[in-house]
Each structure stands twice: as structure tokens, then as C-alpha cells.
Unconditional design. Structure first.
Ligand code: ADP
Ligand code: MG
Length: 305
């Protein structure tokens, strides 16, 4: 399965949520790859605490140089042996979690040509053969990265492969409008996909939305009363309506993540050890686990309301 992580805006939680879902899937017995296609800002090495590649690889053997045919191979990094985070290290873990970083200073692609798309097809075919789930963390917005993978996914070699598109957005007015625009708007996912030869109806069926860092509306003693709370409730309801009218309603929502203090301070994988130490919230891990299940379990993914 290939999973494309997109968002219209930067800072949506696309990378942090995707890497945590990837981690949870690898705990559940899947071999997982994580491809950093955020070419202008390839920092996913930092998420997995692989310090050497925290801003992309300095060794010139990353995804930029592979896609532009500077190199014929791409180097990958085994998270469980190369991470600098002691608690994440697990060299004998039976399932693979592998990072393919971008190149340090690689930069966004300014144009997309057939050669680039062909290299991307080769890469995705190889990943699909070697891994159960491959995440492709794309640059924000209507980017070259989005165009490259849409072009690649229209190739006959990738036609039989299960592809899922995740659109991440914060739970705010601006983010809801932006997420709608990315999928349904001019030069968005569907329009660009159609130009690349995709059946746009089928493409849309493979899209789900994820709401990130959603503030809790749970009442607890001392919380849940007063004018501020009433205002927040009204805003939440207005956002629900806005999401529905912008085709981001419940039927196409894969799930949501709660506001997590650890992630407000540090981009990282949340480990069960962090919850046991009472540093991270159990709710956050539960949300990532549910997203991992929803993504890979066909019945949950296809559910209709
Ligand atoms: N559930 C969450 N609660 C609080 N902060 C979060 C949550 N998810 C992500 N973040 C934080 O939001 C910021 C943006 O997330 P990131 O994954 O880098 O966004 P993107 O990849 O979309 O640019 C990061 O500092 C990240 O740690
Ligand atoms: Mg990111």
C-alpha cells in the first residue's frame, strides 16, 4: 500500500502524524517505509531522531539526487538501528521502519518532466515490493512533489497498487477552506490528477482527511462553563458545519488527533514509554493507533455512513 500525505498548508501536523502512524503500523507487524518528498524542507530525519540526516542527508545519496538521476540508487536508514533516541532503538525488532531522506539543501523542484516521473515510478514500485506500507510525505500545497506522484501513480506499473491519500488540516476556519481547495479547487489534487490521466471519481474515493491537534471539548470540574466555553462550543459547531459544506465531513474523515503537549514542544515519535512516564497522553497514542488501523483495515477505510 502506498500512502500519500498531503496538506495545503505547512505546519498542519502532516509529518508528525504520518511518522507516528508509520511507527504504530510497524509495531503492529507491518514493514514500513517513510519517503521524505517535502523537497524544500526535508527534515523527517529529525522526527525519528536520526541526527545525521535531520535536515536531509549530507551524503548526496538522498531522494533529490535519485529522482534527478544524479545517482542510480538511493540510501535508506533503518530507524531502529540508526536513531539517536535510546528508547526508540530496537535493532532486533522483527519489522522494518525505514527512512528515505531528501538531500540536504536539495530544494523544491521547479519543473516536472517525464524523466523525473519515471524515476518516481521505479522508486514506488521498488518500495511497494519491499514494504507493506510506504508513506510519501509530500511538500505542502499544489507542489511539484504532488504533481510528480500523481504522474507516477497514473503509470500502468502502479495501477494495481492500493493508494491512499491523506489530507491533514488543523481544526480552524482557514485550514478547512484550504484543505477543500487542495482537493477540489483549481490545480488541486483532482484537477491535476485528471490531467495526469486519473479517473477523478476513483481518486476522490481514495482521499480521507485528518484533523490534527484538535482542542478537547470535554467538560471537567471547573472547565466547561462561562462565556468563553460557550463561545468555544459555538465555534466548534460552526467548524463542523463548515467542514461538512466543504466536503470534509465525517464520511471522509479518517480521524483526528488531540492537542498533545509533547508535540507542541518537540516533533517526535510518541512511544509507549512516554505515556508510561506520564509525559505524553494516552489519548494521543490511541489516536495514532486508530489512524493506523483505519488506514490499513479495508472495512474501516471504506466505511459508509
Ligand atoms: N497533535 C498535536 N498536538 C500538538 N502539536 C502538534 C500535534 N501534531 C503536530 N503538532 C506540532 O505541529 C507542528 C507542525 O507539525 P508538522 O508535522 O511539522 O507539520 P507539517 O508537516 O504539516 O508542516 C510541529 O511542531 C508538531 O510537533
Ligand atoms: Mg512536514
Amino acid at each position: 500500500m502506498l500512502v500519500f500525505s498531503t496538506s495545503d498548508k505547512g505546519g498542519t501536523g502532516r509529518s508528525v502524524t504520518s511518522s507516528n502512524i508509520a511507527y504504530r503500523l510497524s509495531l503492529k507487524g507491518q514493514n514500513v517505509a517513510y519517503l521524505d518528498f517535502d523537497f524544500g524542507s526535508p527534515t523527517s530525519g529529525a522526527l525519528f531522531d536520526i541526527n545525521r540526516v535531520d535536515r536531509g542527508t549530507p551524503d548526496k545519496d538522498g531522494l533529490h539526487n535519485y529522482l534527478t538521476s544524479v545517482n542510480s540508487t538511493v540510501n535508506s536508514h533503518n530507524v531502529r538501528t540508526e536513531t539517536n533516541r535510546e528508547e526508540l532503538r530496537a535493532p532486533r525488532h522483527p519489522y522494518r521502519l525505514v527512512l528515505f531522506p531528501g538531500d540536504r539543501g536539495g530544494g523544491e523542484f521547479t519543473s516536472v518532466d517525464d524523466k523525473l516521473v519515471k524515476r518516481c515510478v521505479e522508486l514506488l514500485v521498488t518500495c511497494e515490493q519491499e514494504f507493506d506500507v510506504t508513506f510519501v510525505d509530500l511538500s505542502a500545497g499544489r507542489s511539484a512533489a504532488l504533481e510528480i506522484v500523481l504522474g507516477a501513480m497514473a503509470a500502468p506499473q502502479l495501477a494495481p497498487v492500493v493508494a491512499r491519500w491523506l489530507v491533514f488540516h488543523r481544526w480552524t476556519r482557514q485550514h478547512i477552506l484550504a484543505a477543500n481547495g487542495l482537493v477540489h479547487g483549481p490545480n488541486g489534487l483532482l484537477e491535476t490528477g485528471g490531467r495526469c490521466g486519473h479517473d477523478t471519481g476513483r481518486l476522490l474515493e481514495s482521499v480521507r482527511f485528518i484533523r490534527t491537534a484538535v482542542p478537547s471539548m470535554k467538560e471537567s470540574p471547573g472547565v466547561g462553563r462561562g462565556p468563553q466555553w460557550a463561545w468555544l462550543r459555538r465555534q466548534n459547531e460552526a467548524l463542523e458545519t463548515l467542514a461538512k459544506t466543504n466536503r470534509l465531513g465525517f464520511s471522509v474523515m479518517l480521524g483526528k488527533t488531540p492537542m498533545e503537549p509533547v508535540l507542541q514542544w518537540r516533533e517526535q515519535v510518541i512511544l509507549d514509554a512516554d505515556v508510561a512516564a506520564k509525559i505524553a497522553n494516552q489519548e494521543t497514542v490511541d489516536a495514532f493507533t486508530e489512524l493506523a488501523t483505519g488506514l490499513t483495515d479495508d472495512a474501516t477505510w471504506e466505511r459508509v455512513y
